[in-house]
Write a protein that binds this ligand. Structure first.
Ligand code: GTP
Ligand code: MG
Ligand code: ZN
Length: 281
């Protein structure tokens, strides 16, 4: 996503509907990738040619520094300029305080509100003709709302839950072209992003931290909370909640397996290439 390509338009006579073929992919200037944690470093592409990454955090909830760091790292690895947008400024009594907290962490900070319109022009000016901007941040901080207000997209947005968690409304990356030609990429909250990127995810861990805490009291260190005797988790957690925990654990282990398999394939391919090269030398 985000590549600039040279296309050849087919004539109406051939394709009728103006179909085109991609002749060339331009060299990428930047590449937003996630280097998965651990020894096996397989960069996973997220978007190409991103000029600026806008990390959103809501003014009315606590700034989670670890999460912010993770996004900053993601952008740094890709050579992309980071900007922090503090959203929902209309909800706090003292916007200056919220902005100052973000400024203590980060690079450039812009306060925004889709309700009052403050900051929208400034964020919009980060993009523009020939530029690509990506929005990152937890579910419910207002990424899609901002794009709707700023460039007139019509994305679905939803009220966040009573416990201030988002509802994971946006479920995949989506690219929009603004009227001025600027490109904007909306992304899902960390949960979906992390599932796609790798298996370690602060949001999810937090969602099940009651289970993590109880697990310390299970009889076995490696208790899976399935049918082991002396399981403190099964005693205390409802079967429904435990089922969703197990589902998540399964998703994670599958993601990890896929990642490992990919790494092995790449290593094998590199070995074959190296051998072929040695022969030809
Ligand atoms: N008060 C206030 N509410 C806002 C603002 N921006 C967004 N919201 C509300 O926050 C909620 C979540 O907004 P979304 O735009 O869906 O958030 P998101 O970051 O796209 O969330 P995901 O798609 O789940 O990742 C919605 O109910 C919005 O109306 C704002 O500036 N002020
Ligand atoms: Mg959204
Ligand atoms: Zn257990």
């Amino acid at each position: 996503m985000g590549d600039w390509v040279v296309v050849e338009r087919w004539s109406e006579a051939v394709a009728g509907n103006g179909a085109a073929i991609i002749r060339e992919i331009e060299p990428r200037t930047t590449f937003l990738v996630r280097k998965a944690a651990g020894e096996a470093v397989v960069p996973q592409p997220l978007a190409a040619n991103v000029d600026v990454g806008i990390i959103m955090t809501s003014a009315n909830t606590d700034l989670v520094l670890a999460r912010l760091d993770r996004y900053l790292g993601l952008l740094r690895d890709g050579g992309i300029e980071p900007v922090i947008a503090v959203s929902k400024l209309d909800l706090v009594a003292d916007p200056a305080v919220a902005i100052a907290r973000a400024e203590a962490v980060g690079p450039r900070v812009i306060g925004v509100s889709t309700h009052t319109g403050v900051g929208l022009d400034e964020v919009r000016s980060l993009g523009g003709p020939g530029r690509t901007a990506v929005l990152l941040g937890s579910s419910g901080v207002g990424k899609s709302s901002l794009l709707n207000a700023m460039i007139g997209t019509q994305q679905v947005t939803r009220e966040i839950r009573a416990d201030e968690r988002g509802r994971h409304t946006t479920t995949r990356r989506e690219l929009f072209v603004a009227r001025d030609g600027g490109i904007w990429i909306d992304t899902p909250g960390m949960r979906e992003l992390a599932q796609w990127l790798d298996e370690d995810d602060p949001d999810q861990e937090q969602a099940f931290d009651d289970i993590a805490e109880l697990a310390a009291q299970c009889r076995f260190n490696d208790c899976q909370h399935v049918k082991e005797p002396g399981c403190a988790v099964r005693d205390a957690i409802s079967p429904e909640r435990l089922a969703s925990f197990h589902k998540l654990a399964a998703e994670r282990s599958l993601a990890a397996q896929r990642q490992a398999q990919k790494t092995r394939q790449l290593a094998a391919r590199a070995a074959v290439k190296a051998k072929a090269k040695r022969r030809s030398d």
